[in-house]
Design a protein around this ligand. Structure first.
Ligand code: ARG
Ligand code: GLU
Length: 764
């Protein structure tokens, strides 16, 4: 009896623990299609007031109809029934920059179209909706068996793909497409029908001192005070369907647009984030994670740090360099910082130890089932061996990519000239001319404007020395050894770089243009004789001979094992609900507004305020300067209706939602389906969530919707845009019997909101 009582208590405890875990855990990037079967109950327990059908439905309008893949690299959402889109400033950065001139410096001063005619077209930018998705695993995997080798398997899948495509592509209009993607590492396949709009115009962006406030210093960091948002608008043809750009196009009327809640958030509130996360690797074996943390991340961090230190030194003393290198520096620093946080986070949460623990349980379960054991018994030891085998090749590959392709700038310019050589050799003068046109209007067009050979030369010397010292195969550095006249790695890299840069035409814009002005034969002869070109070709040849083939062969084997391992995990742990790794398809993640302990005795609360931005303000600084108007509004506490209940102006908040790159611009949505914030980053301590999500420190960072509205309305005076939006106050309507429902067909439900629109839209 006592034993029974004890075990009952234990069961209760376990249930309680599981339940509490379910209430706070935010891990998982779920397929909207499967919410009803996998997530709806948990989401409701956490506070969701909508049904899975309100979020994703094929038959009626649902939240998913307001979400777009923005340019293929970010997410954006529709926030008015006139196709107004909200995304991040850093997602629209390229477009804002492309419209920026000395007279109209939109990056520095911001941009606001005061009427629709002022909205700016962006050739090449698209907004892509998902019309529906379907599980096509049975069709895609028909005829495939487990004992096939990977080539045979792939050839069957390729054939199946053609058939599935043909089946779904029938009667699709030109602006709709079929996308079929593998999930769970190739164990399942889903098909997406997409609709793409190509007329997407810039509507507004705050100045960088708001949209990028804190820049690199604050990047990946909580507490944060960045208003990282921008607005665009989708335009459609007269039938509301996608059309090429035309001044006659009309604002798109969406199937759904997100109402915006001005109630704000507090710790514990339910949140979900809807978007297009790019890539995660949540199901790696411990051996792989160990390699990332112990070998690959340190190598990449070291290379980038060496380059960044040199660039930073020049940026600090020369304001011109600061402008030229700001954006390049930010790009290199972004993942440098992320990898450091990732490695530290895995260490801090014992990520490898936890994987090993799980693998122990995996093996012990295999041992109880001869059938499972015969299928999966060797997987972990195979991984162990494969990761060991691939290690020197993987390390060489990272070194090569980071040094030769990424961080020595001139080598990318040199490497592209290879295309001119092969264009002439393969396609004659006509081919050469086409390629030259493409390259000179593309990469080379902006390259020299922001290029300083003296900085790059120093970077080259430092990185080549690292390359020499660290790549595991001697042969990889033979072109370097020739130049430094040494076999012991102690060569004079500074003189080597000086010689290379001094004698190449690539390092000078005028010399480069002279060569581009020559007849094709002559130009190609010049390219081929250039010392940087021959150096680059030598490095490339050694790499492809020693590393490339081997790396690919091992990697193919790892990919195949990983597919089996994913399958095994799902079979061996049937009680665990597993989400597919991110693959740039539409996903939902949900969690709660929640602070965290970054280290012992420190707790970070989940909301920041304008007061915090003011505390960091450094007049004239390129990261922490603030616009005069914003300071004035702060001093007068002139926040309009957007202030929090405590009278302060909120800027950002964090939650336990599981996000990654590609989720930038994703809406943070409350329990009722209203937009409460805009996702743009993660907190540094938890950037290992791509490999090993841990609810204790993984947090996504969002701009508070109220700050966005405040900047648009009070700061920029673009009040007319707020008239288009549907502002609601679900929390304040505490006595309402139900919450604002989804608004169908873009029609605003009158009387649901306590906040009334201020006046007529001047454009209506
Ligand atoms: N860390 C964010 C992301 O991964 C923001 C990057 C842009 N901002 C920057 N300072 N580099 O995209
Ligand atoms: N800033 C990232 C992006 O552009 C999102 C942050 C993250 O990686 O979570 O997608």
């Amino acid at each position: 009896m006592r034993i029974f009582n004890k075990s009952l208590k234990l069961i209760k405890l376990v249930v309680l623990l599981l339940f509490t875990q379910a209430l706070t855990a935010g891990e998982g990037m779920w397929l909207p299609l499967l919410l009803e079967s996998l997530n709806e109950d948990e989401m409701k327990n956490m506070g969701l007031k909508l049904s899975a059908e309100d979020i994703y439905s094929v038959n009626k309008s649902s939240l998913k109809d307001a979400i777009v893949h923005f340019g293929g690299f970010c997410t954006a959402e529709v926030i008015s029934n006139k196709g107004l889109l909200l995304t991040n400033h850093h997602c629209g950065y390229g477009q804002i920059q492309s419209h920026t001139t000395l007279e109209n410096n939109y990056l520095r001063d911001g941009f606001w179209a005061m009427k629709k005619e002022e909205e700016l077209a962006n050739p090449g930018l698209f907004a892509r909706f998902i019309l529906r998705m379907e599980d096509v695993s049975d069709d895609m995997l028909a005829g495939v068996t487990d004992d096939m080798d990977s080539q045979k398997r792939q050839s069957i899948i390729d054939k199946n793909m053609e058939m599935v495509r043909a089946k779904y592509e029938q009667d699709l209009p030109a602006y709709d497409d079929i996308v079929i993607r593998p999930f769970y590492h190739g164990n399942e396949y889903y098909m997406f029908v997409t609709r793409t709009f190509n007329d997407v115009r810039l509507v507004g962006a705050p100045p960088e001192s708001v949209g990028k406030y804190g820049s690199d210093t604050d990047n990946w960091v909580w507490p944060r005070h960045t208003g990282d948002f921008a607005m665009f608008r989708i335009y459609a043809g007269p039938d509301n369907l996608p059309a090429d750009y035309s001044p006659d196009n009309k604002p798109y009327v969406p199937k759904h647009s997100l109402p915006i809640s001005v109630d704000g958030v507090e710790e514990g509130d339910f949140t979900m984030v809807f978007g297009f996360p790019g890539r995660t690797t949540s199901y790696l074996p411990a051996s792989a994670v160990k390699q990332t943390v112990e070998v690959l991340n340190p190598a990449k961090i070291n290379i980038r740090e060496t380059a960044l230190d040199i660039i930073d030194k020049y940026m600090r003393v020369d304001p011109q360099v600061k402008i030229q290198y700001a954006s390049k520096f930010a790009r290199v620093a972004n993942y440098w910082k992320k990898w450091i946080g990732e490695s530290q986070g895995i260490e801090a949460t014992d990520g490898i130890g936890k994987k090993l623990e799980m693998e122990k349980e995996f093996l012990s379960r295999l041992n109880k089932s001869p059938e499972l054991k015969s299928k999966y018994g060797n997987l972990l030891s195979d991984f162990e061996k494969l990761y060991k085998d691939i290690e020197p090749y993987a390390k060489s590959r990272d070194y090569y990519n980071e040094v030769v392709f990424r961080n020595v700038e001139i080598l990318r310019a040199v490497s592209l000239s290879d295309r001119l050589v092969s264009a002439l050799e393969n396609n004659g003068e006509e081919g050469y001319k086409n390629m030259k046109q493409r390259l000179t209007s593309g990469f080379y067009n902006g390259f020299y404007k922001d290029y300083r050979p003296e900085i790059d030369q120093e970077v080259c010397a430092a990185l080549m020395e690292l390359y020499k010292k660290n790549v595991p195969f001697k042969g990889l550095t033979s072109p370097l050894d020739k130049m430094t006249n040494t076999r012991d790695g102690m060569g004079d890299y500074t003189s080597m770089a000086k010689k290379l840069y001094g004698s190449s035409f690539f390092t000078s814009e005028s010399d480069f243009e002279e060569v581009m002005g020559m007849a094709p034969e002559e130009a190609v002869a010049k390219i081929k004789a250039d010392p940087l070109y021959t150096f680059m070709e030598g490095m490339k040849a050694q790499y492809s001979e020693i590393v490339e083939g081997k790396y690919n062969a091992y990697n193919d084997q790892i990919t195949e094992k990983q597919r089996l391992y994913m399958k095994a995990l799902m079979e061996v742990f049937p009680e665990k609900r597993m989400y597919p790794d991110a693959n740039s398809t539409m996903r939902i993640t949900y969690g709660k507004v929640n602070g965290y302990h970054p280290r012992d005795a420190v707790y970070y609360t989940p909301v920041t305020y304008l007061d915090g931005a003011m505390a960091k303000y450094k007049p004239g600084d390129y990261e922490f300067d603030m616009p005069a108007k914003l300071i004035e509004l702060y001093e007068k506490k002139d926040y309009g209706r957007y202030a929090a209940d405590n009278g302060k102006m909120p800027i950002c908040f964090i939650g336990t939602n599981h996000t990654t790159g590609g989720n930038s611009g994703s809406p943070a949505i409350d329990a009722n389906g209203n937009l409460i914030g805009l996702n743009f980053d993660r907190a540094w301590e938890g950037t290992m969530s791509d490999i090993n999500y841990d609810p204790s420190i993984c947090r996504n960072i969002m701009v508070d919707a109220r700050y966005i509205l405040f900047i648009v309305d009070k700061f920029a005076g673009a009040t007319h845009l707020t008239y288009e939006m549907n502002l609601v106050t679900p929390k304040k309507m505490a006595n309402a019997t139900h919450t604002p429902p989804i608004i169908d067909k873009g029609k605003r439900k009158k009387g649901k909101s306590k906040i009334k629109v201020k006046g007529p839209d001047p454009k209506q």
